[in-house]
Design a protein around this ligand. Structure first.
Ligand SMILES: Cc1cc2nc3c(=O)[nH]c(=O)nc-3n(C[C@H](O)[C@H](O)[C@H](O)COP(=O)(O)OP(=O)(O)OC[C@H]3O[C@@H](n4cnc5c(N)ncnc54)[C@H](O)[C@@H]3O)c2cc1C
Length: 433
């Protein structure tokens, strides 16, 4: 009997340390340098952050998503999930622990598909936390359907020349390099005709036209770039993986990325639930505390149950990834996690905001940021609808149509069969079964 819902005590101690460390030493960074976590460290920020990273390294918690050969601990996804739900409380925590998106996913594909030279040039400094990367796939006219991408790379002698537009390339403004998905052979299906390139951001022709912000961020202070690739010339060895391999690589990348977001979302949703409970116990109205009102109790109970369901689902999926060591085999459950994630965060954050009254909707509390975050989760790494389609297709694979007009579970026929099976016992029965 191998089912076990307990964390081994040794690792629990590590998690307890991480929890206190994040609350005491990392969350202050969120308040002092909000949204600056992807700006390369310098000056006072470096003086403040480097010792924290060193502490994490000494504890053996740096870049735990990677195997020992790549400088991580090789903890696997389940242990990572338990750690990530702590890190999810804070914007800066993933940076301090060396496991921030999108760099984790980018590191993973370079580790999988990169040549030794590419690993030395891009992966090593990425793992050391000394540079950032950007994943440049979505185009202004096409996101959810990559077969519509038109950005092209054409061979010219030993080089490739890239032309086209990309949209929502997160962190491109501060990234040292971009992983760009382009059409290399328009004459075959998109699944065979697209490739990935590693392009240093300072390559001539890489033009960041705008840095788009999410709601509430100021113009051109956002972190999602519209990029014009204008005759960007890269050598042949900038190709990541083989020619035509972009779809396979993208699936490897997005599988890991999606489940890591979900792990951190548990932490963020729990933070909202904690705030809701504290407020409910602290605020009095019409003769009793908010926690005594049945509506508010309903908010708390629903939120607790939603979070528990989601957490178990994420931990189970993480366990499956460790077991099969193959994202493809766990595709259905990763997609299902991705589908429920925005709703869980939205619902819990929204209720917590409501319980805080007017204060809840101000910029003195974090709830509207969480609600925006939930909306973002319904789009980033693919829209919810597309993931629902994936879940449904995968679920349907385990079923076959009935040959008959009547469903397999049609009671009259089943009853007839049951009566035939139990005929010996029914001989003396009176009336209908
Ligand atoms: C915060 C954030 C960060 C991002 N970071 C990156 C990044 O770093 N790199 C990158 O390349 N991209 C990034 N993206 C882009 C993201 O991957 C796309 O937004 C996403 O794939 C959807 O594409 P789209 O926005 O073009 O929407 P569209 O493809 O235009 O879809 C719009 C809507 O149409 C509906 N829809 C689409 N397809 C279907 C379908 N098959 N069935 C039913 N309904 C459908 C859905 O409601 C969907 O939301 C980011 C997005 C956000 C919000």
């Amino acid at each position: 009997m191998a089912w076990d819902f307990e964390t081994d005590p040794e690792y629990q101690e590590v998690l307890d340390w991480a929890d206190e460390f994040v609350r005491e030493k990392v969350e202050p960074l969120d308040l002092v340098w909000p949204h600056r976590q992807f700006v390369p460290l310098e000056g006072r920020r470096r003086d403040a952050v480097d010792p924290l990273k060193d502490e994490v390294r000494r504890k053996g918690l740096w870049a735990t998503h990677l195997g020992p050969d790549l400088g991580g601990q090789g903890y696997g996804q389940l242990k990572l999930a338990l750690l990530n739900e702590i890190l999810g409380r804070s914007q800066w925590a993933p940076i301090v622990f060396g496991c921030q998106a999108p760099d984790t996913g980018n590191a993973e594909i370079i580790a999988h598909y990169g040549t030794d030279e590419q690993k030395e040039r891009y992966l090593r400094p990425l793992l050391d936390g000394e540079l950032f990367s950007s994943y440049s796939m979505t185009e202004p006219h096409a996101g959810a359907d990559p077969t519509l991408f038109t950005t092209r790379a054409v061979r010219d002698g030993d080089d490739w020349v890239i032309n086209g537009w990309k949209f929502f390339s997160s962190n491109a403004a501060t990234a040292s390099f971009l992983i760009v998905m382009v059409v290399t052979d328009p004459d075959v299906s998109a699944y065979q005709g697209m490739s990935m390139f590693l392009v240093p951001t300072d390559t001539p022709g890489v033009e960041i036209v705008r840095n788009i912000g999410l709601h509430g961020e100021r113009d051109n202070e956002g972190s999602h770039a519209l990029i014009h690739y204008d005759n960007v010339r890269v050598p042949h060895d900038a190709l990541l993986g083989g020619e035509g391999q972009a779809f396979v690589i993208a699936q490897t990348r997005l599988g890991g990325g999606r489940i890591h977001h979900a792990m951190r979302t548990i932490g963020l949703a729990r933070k909202a639930l904690d705030m809701m409970c504290e407020r409910a116990l602290s605020r009095q109205t019409q003769g009793s505390r908010l926690s005594d009102k049945q509506f508010v109790q309903g908010y708390i109970a629903d939120s607790y149950a939603q979070l528990l369901q989601f957490r178990l689902m994420v931990l189970y999926t993480a366990w499956e990834i460790d077991k099969y060591n193959d994202y493809k085999k766990v595709r259905k459950d990763i997609a299902a996690v991705k589908v429920v994630m925005p709703t869980v965060l939205h619902d819990i954050a929204w209720r917590a905001m409501q319980v805080h009254g007017a204060l809840g909707v101000t910029n003195e509390m974090p709830f509207l940021g969480m609600v925006t975050g939930a909306a973002v989760m319904g789009l980033a790494d693919g829209p919810t609808e597309v993931h629902k389609t994936t879940v449904a297709k995968q679920v349907l694979r385990d079923y076959r149509p009935t040959e008959d007009t009547w469903p397999t579970e049609w009671i009259p026929r089943k009853r007839e069969a049951a009566r035939a099976k139990l005929a010996a016992y029914l001989e003396n029965e009176v009336g209908n079964l």
